[in-house]
Design a protein around this ligand. Structure first.
Ligand SMILES: [Zn+2]
Ligand SMILES: [Zn+2]
Length: 210
């Protein structure tokens, strides 16, 4: 049993990096944790030498599409407590320095499918997003990248969105910009009546505007 600390710098926040780390760690049956530390991501990983080596390899070679590692440091930890499983820990902002804030990302195929599916609860919902797509730069107010440090903080997750957000196997696991028609921002159409906004009834404000 060995414990290794890995510090990762780069585009590693807001791009599904923590869920990705969680996935590969649990696939390899490694324990420990991952968390955002200001500008870096800290991973503590515990298991056999072989599996830790596999983990470091996957970490660098199977990254989510937008993520990019600029620097990776590992350090062997002696006398570390034993971890029962692998978890995503609360962020800590005790680390300062420069952060790489990811750009907004064009909608992914899966989110687009949902918008076009009349049976999906996000049918026609214009602000659909997940860990692979959606706003980042636009909504981030501070780092580490967590929902309470984005403009989405004004839109608490509804029950259904919260279930997705907390399920490690869901693609919206820790998707900080996730929302839906029930809990997220909405579009409304107004006309200007002598400087007074008057709401216009519209099923599809985007289409009507176009
Ligand atoms: Zn998406
Ligand atoms: Zn919701």
């Amino acid at each position: 049993m060995k414990t290794e600390k890995v510090l990762v710098e780069g585009i590693v926040q807001g791009v599904g990096f923590r869920p990705f780390v969680y996935r590969i760690a649990t696939e390899l049956e490694l324990s420990g944790y991952v968390r955002n530390l200001g500008n870096v991501v800290e991973i503590v990983i515990q298991g056999s030498d072989d599996k830790i080596a596999d983990f470091i390899y996957k970490l660098q070679n199977e990254l989510p599409p937008i993520a990019k590692i600029n620097n990776l440091e590992t350090e062997n930890l002696e006398d570390e407590e034993e971890y029962a499983d692998f978890t995503i820990k609360e962020s800590s902002d005790s680390f300062s320095g420069t952060s790489v804030i990811p750009p907004d990302l064009a909608i992914c195929d899966k989110c687009l499918e949902e918008i076009n599916d009349p049976n999906n609860r996000r049918y026609n919902y214009p602000f659909n997003a997940c860990t692979d797509c959606g706003p980042r730069f636009t909504v981030i107010e501070n780092v580490p990248y967590d929902r309470d440090k984005t403009t989405l903080d004004d839109f608490p997750l509804c029950d259904e969105c919260e279930v997705e957000y907390k399920n490690p196997l869901d693609r919206r696991y820790h998707a900080e910009a996730s929302c839906c028609e029930v809990c997220g921002p909405s579009l409304e159409l107004y006309k200007n009546d002598n400087q007074n906004p008057v709401k216009i009834d519209s099923e599809d404000p985007l289409k009507d505007t176009a």
